[in-house]
Ligand binder design. Sequence first.
Ligand SMILES: Cc1cc2nc3c(=O)[nH]c(=O)nc-3n(C[C@H](O)[C@H](O)[C@H](O)COP(=O)(O)O)c2cc1C
Length: 204
Amino acid sequence: MSPDAGPDTGADVGAAVDPVVDPDVNPDIDPDIDRAVDRAVDPAVDRDRYRLAIGRFATGVTVLTTFAGGNDHAMTANAVTSVSMDPLLLLVCVEVDARFHDAISDSGVWGVSVLSAAQRPVAEWLSTQGRPLHGQLDRIPHRRGEVTGVALLTEAMAAMECRTTDMHPAGDHSIVVGEVVSLWSAEHPADALVYYRSRYGALR
Ligand SMILES: Cc1cc2nc3c(=O)[nH]c(=O)nc-3n(C[C@H](O)[C@H](O)[C@H](O)COP(=O)(O)O)c2cc1C
């Protein structure tokens, strides 16, 4: 998800939470009510309120990388989730309109570099709309992954190479699932870069 909303002011958090309507959980409630609630959309559910709510889910920050059309592509991403331990699968969500989307679709291989707090300027740069594609990694130390050749950030706290196993359309994003084909973790991890309420922070 592209967190393009302004900072969370916390000013408008009024949506009441529905009571438990699952009849298995609350047997006093008629199951018809459950179906009615499934169909209904609370008018208070809109994008701004969703951004506010989901912005309270603190995440780490990564840089996704791939190589396509003779160029390194890279972008900041926090929609990154570990999926499976056997096999080792990871998913990332990539906005359909991002340049990175076509690149990852074409290449089928990608890297995930987990950022430290000191790499905040990297996260800011690689989420800047309209930055030039050519040379966007020139001032960011990186190396080539041994298996896929994608760029991996040298100063990251961990890095993985993945090969795409599935791509699922999901609204204005695609869910890209990949098998981890190489991984590396820094011996002495620094403070983590975190993203919370539309702001960067550090976690010791
Ligand atoms: C903290 C943060 C996390 C982001 N996470 C994602 C993400 O998970 N998926 C995504 O498609 N865009 C995400 N974005 C937005 C992209 O970084 C941004 O749109 C970027 O410019 C896309 O690369 P492109 O311009 O080469 O298409 C995020 C931005 C920020 C600041």
